[in-house]
Design a protein around this ligand. Structure first.
Ligand code: BTN
Length: 261
């Protein structure tokens, strides 16, 4: 039985994340739920988890399959005092926190794929959808996180079977979703405090440490234009640096990456 919001909060030792929590059986999308709450004046800090989403959303207008009670589908509303150009780093921070929290649950480590995917054995286990709320609504960032936890591999739709995985598929065992959720909130809170109070710190290096993209041939699709080259690293803002076959270094603030080697 998954704990209720108060029971989860009782296990947390966090400064800001999870101070207000809602756990729901079903919702359209936890990101959209939080958006409505923000418009209605909700203060930052709200965390919403749903056991099922009927309209879970992914990046690039894709949908996020959210089967009942097998994955973790949740969103967090944060309002850091940061200018807009620093916000992509919040997604990097989240990716690093997610990798650190998920790693103890699987013998094979998570690898980060820019900008916001986590892979295990080359297959996607977790995706992050960061959305910015702009005036006239109250400002803030919604971090939406989806993790494949106890899905059976054979139940993935055919088109995702080669590219998606779950913790159960990787370990052969059912994972305690609430233990994972609590570990994630603890880790996110820790990373978020560091992010807020230690400035630039070592975020890009930390991200690179959890990634195996660097030095690999990639194709980056940005708004329909394809760029090929070798992933060389992240700059301090979290932009991906790609070395073209001509030896030119181009930096990207958005795009869809395919690993070629
Ligand atoms: C991606 O990889 O494309 C991002 C997937 C993000 C899915 C999560 S599930 C919880 C939150 N609510 C949504 O509608 N989407 C995010």
């Amino acid at each position: 039985m998954f704990p209720n919001a108060e029971e989860i909060q009782a296990c947390l030792n966090t400064v800001s994340i999870g101070k207000k929590m809602v756990v729901m059986e079903s919702v359209g999308s936890t990101n959209d739920f939080i958006k409505r709450k923000i418009k209605a004046g909700e203060p930052a800090g709200l965390c919403v988890l749903a056991h099922r989403q009927t309209h879970g959303r992914g990046r690039m207008g894709r949908s996020w399959i959210s089967e009942p009670a097998v994955g973790l589908y949740f969103s967090i509303y944060l309002k850091p005092e940061l200018s807009l150009e620093h916000l992509p780093r919040l997604t990097l921070m989240t990716s690093v926190a997610m990798a650190r929290a998920i790693d103890p649950f699987c013998p094979t480590p998570c690898r980060l794929k820019w900008p916001n995917d986590l892979l295990i054995n080359g297959k996607k286990i977790c995706g992050i959808l960061s959305e910015y709320c702009a005036p006239p609504d109250p400002e803030g960032v919604i971090l939406g996180i989806g993790i494949n936890v106890n899905q059976d591999a054979e139940r993935f739709p055919a088109e995702f079977r080669d590219t998606a995985t779950s913790l159960k598929a990787e370990t052969g065992a059912t994972v305690d979703r609430s233990a994972l959720f609590i570990a994630i909130l603890q880790q996110l809170d820790r990373e978020y405090q560091t992010f807020l109070y230690e400035g630039e710190c070592k975020l890009a290096q930390e991200w690179e440490r959890h990634s195996d993209m660097l030095g690999r041939e990639i194709t980056l699709n940005q708004s329909g234009t394809q760029f090929q080259g070798v992933a060389r690293g992240l700059d301090k803002m979290g932009n991906l640096m790609l070395e073209t076959p001509e030896g030119q270094l181009i930096s990207f603030d958005a795009g869809e990456v395919t690993l070629r080697t």
